[in-house]
Structure formats: structure tokens, C-alpha cells
Design a protein around this ligand. Structure first.
Ligand code: AQP
Length: 341
């Protein structure tokens, strides 16, 4: 009897994202990006990397960068990424990223790089070191994503512009040479779900790992007492009414954070704290965050106690990543006309 061939299994879509080892992840990194990554491992082929090449666009102390890189790798795992389910690697361990970025540099316009908000922000913040890497950051990010034929990129709202330029670069390359690079889409959390977490000291600026004012950021390894203190001293307004609205960016930011961990929407939060002062609300937000971070902090300590295991994971991750990226890089080289080595 003739056998019916099994229906071809549909290829799983590819997810890629990365985070810079510029310090311990903030609550912003966690809510806007990292906490959304583990659930995707079930339905997608995922790659996540520690973007150390990106980190040196701002001057880093070598020993600190090495330590931060290992810690960032362990933190990704502590947040729920599993090296048996995803490819977890360190960006500089796969040279294809730098090589792919060079090619893409030549398909990216000076004008479009000049319009990047992050470049403008960082060149204002680091006025004594406006280096070419800071300017071409988006082409390296485009290479990170495009080398894996990525379909979706889960990032925070602040990265939307970089995703757009990645799509433009891929479209341009494909326009010149025919279909070569998958044009990716962004996965960005909805505004109420913490798409962009703001500094606790200046709610008009995003919360950043490298904020020189530690009171503005909550790191995901902060001790419970420190977390509570930071929330209690968060800048709000003088109205003493838990609600979002004009002039209430500080409270809206805290409501966003509370909403993420309790699942309550803004209307429910407003109702819960009706008639209560900001003190009660800030304490409740702090306690919710402490509770949410406790398992991550516990797992992180366990992982950092086994460096040999971490080393084994990142070495294996780099090999798996390079196998995939190399196929795309070879295709790109062929398309642009490089003679086969
Ligand atoms: N405040 C934020 N709210 C929501 N999402 C955020 N992300 C960063 N800050 C917030 C998301 O975190 C991911 C990793 O970011 P990154 O480390 O690659 O670069 P970044 O956006 O420049 O993060 P930082 O914390 O501000 O680092 P520094 O201070 O070194 O520049 C991204 O998906 C980002 O959207």
C-alpha cells in the first residue's frame, strides 16, 4: 500500500533580540524587553545575544566590560532563557556580525543615520567621544537581525526607529540584488504594558542602565530595601491622585510598572488607590516589583556560582549562531560580487 507522505512541518518563525552589557539590566530592560523573551521559546526559533560590540560605542573599562558581559549572559538565563531551547550567545564570539555590518554600511545613507534619536541623545551625552561606531550603531544592529533571517524582533518602544531603519536597509539590499534578507517586524509591548519605562527621577527620560544617577533606575539585582527606597523617592507631582494625565508622567510611569506585574489596567489601579496617598501607592509598586524579581535574583546567584557551565553554554551558543549567520553572509557576499575564497 502506498504511504501518504507526512504533511511538511511548517518552518518556525525566527526571533532575534539583544541587550548591551553596559551594566545590570534595569527594570526598563526587563519590562520592555527581556521578560517578554522566554515565553517566545515555545513557538519560535529564538536567538538572543549579549551585544558587547555595541557596548564599546561608549567607552568601557575592559575588566568591567568582561564582568558585565558574563553577568548579562547569566541574567538572560536567570530571566528564563534556556540554552536548550534558544541560541544564547555573545555577539563578539560570532565575527559574522561585524562582517555583515560592513556590507550593510555600504547600503545605508549618511542622512538616515543622522536622523537616529539614539545617536543624537548619546552624542549629546558623550560629547567628547562621538565616534563612528556610535553613528553606525544601526547598521550593526541591522546585521545582528538580518543575518539570521529574523521574522520578529521583540524590543522596547525606544528601539522602534532602529527597527525601521533595519527594514529599510533590508528592503534596499533586496531591491538591488533580489530577495536575500528577510524583512523583520517589531514585537513591541503595548504602552500600558511598559513599552517604555521612564527614569524614577526624571519621568521625561527613559530609564537607562548607564544613568549616572542611580536613584533614577531600578536594577533587577537591587536588594529589596533599595528597591523600596527608590520607589518611595520617585519624582511624581503635587496632586496626590493616582491617575494618568498631563503633568502626571511620574505617576503614569509607576502605574505602567504596577500594571505589568499585577495585570491590572489603569482604570482598575485608579480605583484601587482612590482616596489613598502617593506613599501607599509607591510602597505597593515597590513591593510588587520586589516580589516579581525575587526568583530572578535567586536563579542568578545559582548561575554565577557555576562559571564553567556558563562558559560551556556561551561557547555552544556562538557555534550554533555562526552556523546560521554564515549562510546569510555567504549569500550577501555572493550577491555583491565578492570572489569566492
Ligand atoms: N526604559 C526602557 N523601557 C522599556 N524598554 C527598554 N529597553 C531599554 N530601556 C528601556 C529595552 O531593553 C532592550 C535592551 O536595550 P540595550 O541594552 O540594548 O540598549 P538601550 O536601549 O540603550 O538600553 P539602556 O538600558 O538605555 O542601556 P544604555 O544605558 O547602555 O544605553 C531593548 O530592547 C530596549 O528597547
Amino acid at each position: 500500500m502506498e504511504q501518504t507522505p507526512a504533511a511538511p512541518r511548517e518552518r518556525r518563525k525566527i526571533i532575534f533580540s539583544a541587550i548591551q552589557p553596559t551594566g545590570v539590566f534595569t527594570l526598563g530592560n526587563y519590562i520592555g524587553a527581556v521578560r517578554n523573551w522566554p515565553p517566545l521559546q515555545k513557538d519560535y526559533d529564538c536567538l538572543y545575544c549579549v551585544a558587547d560590540l555595541h557596548a564599546i560605542t561608549v567607552r568601557q573599562d575592559p575588566a568591567t566590560l568582561r564582568r558585565n558581559t558574563l553577568e548579562a549572559y547569566a541574567l538572560l538565563m536567570a530571566c528564563g532563557l534556556d540554552p536548550e531551547k534558544s541560541i544564547l550567545f555573545i555577539q563578539s564570539h560570532n565575527p559574522d556580525h561585524a562582517q555583515g555590518a560592513w556590507v550593510l554600511n555600504c547600503y545605508t545613507q549618511f542622512g538616515e543615520l543622522s536622523r537616529m534619536t539614539q545617536f543624537k541623545d548619546k552624542s549629546a551625552r558623550y560629547a567628547d567621544n562621538i565616534n563612528a561606531g556610535l553613528f553606525t550603531y544601526p547598521t550593526l544592529m541591522a546585521a545582528d537581525i538580518l543575518l539570521y533571517q529574523t521574522n520578529f524582533v521583540p524590543v522596547g518602544e525606544d528601539q522602534r526607529q532602529h527597527l525601521e531603519i533595519t527594514r529599510d536597509i533590508a528592503g534596499r539590499f533586496n531591491g538591488v540584488y533580489g530577495p536575500t534578507l528577510t524583512v523583520p517586524e517589531a514585537f513591541i509591548p503595548k504602552a500600558e504594558k511598559g513599552a517604555r519605562i521612564m527614569s524614577l527621577q526624571d519621568p521625561t527620560r527613559k530609564m537607562s542602565k548607564s544613568d549616572p544617577n542611580p536613584k533614577g533606575l531600578v536594577s533587577i539585582l537591587d536588594e529589596p530595601g533599595v528597591i523600596l527606597k527608590k520607589f518611595r523617592s520617585a519624582v511624581t507631582d503635587s496632586e496626590a491622585r493616582v491617575a494618568a494625565g498631563p503633568g502626571k508622567e511620574g505617576i503614569a510611569n509607576l502605574m505602567g510598572i504596577y500594571s505589568v506585574f499585577t495585570g491590572k489596567d489603569f482604570a482598575a489601579i485608579q480605583e484601587e488607590f482612590a482616596g489613598k496617598g502617593y506613599g501607599d501607592f509607591k510602597t505597593a509598586v515597590g513591593e510588587t516589583v520586589i516580589q516579581a524579581l525575587e526568583p530572578v535574583q535567586r536563579r542568578y546567584k545559582e548561575l554565577m556560582a557555576d562559571k564553567a557551565y556558563l562558559e560551556d553554554c556561551y561557547r555552544r551558543g556562538a557555534q550554533q549562531a555562526a552556523r546560521l549567520s554564515h549562510r546569510t553572509l555567504e549569500k550577501m557576499y555572493k550577491r555583491v560580487g565578492f570572489l569566492h575564497a
